[in-house]
Design a protein around this ligand. Structure first.
Ligand code: SF4
Length: 91
């Protein structure tokens, strides 16, 4: 299962991801981005939102090969190197 997450320590609250993809991102009480959905992770808007983040705070952990990096450049930034800390996204 792929998991989308925002690394809060990197987020500067610029709002780019929220304005591009309000299906997946919204502001939390501190004005930082938070993930509001883990559905539809192949959407073009999500890809654009990930690429727009100036601090690379948005992470997409690939849980399988279904998310083809050949067709989604946004997956390349992480390349499986980041250890996901937000196990609360799994249900
Ligand atoms: S684009 Fe990046 S820095 Fe800006 S609000 Fe979204 S996660 Fe935070």
């Amino acid at each position: 299962m792929d998991i989308l997450d925002v690394e809060k320590s990197k987020c500067i609250g610029c709002g780019a991801c929220v304005s591009i993809d309000d299906e997946h991102f919204d502001f939390d009480d501190d004005g930082l981005s938070e993930v509001i959905s883990n559905d539809n992770l192949k959407s073009e808007r999500l890809k654009d939102a990930i690429e727009s983040c100036p601090t690379n705070a948005i992470r997409l952990a690939k849980g399988d090969e279904e998310f083809d990096p050949e067709n989604n450049e946004a997956a390349d930034y992480n390349n499986g190197a980041t250890v996901m800390a937000s196990s609360n996204l799994e249900s």
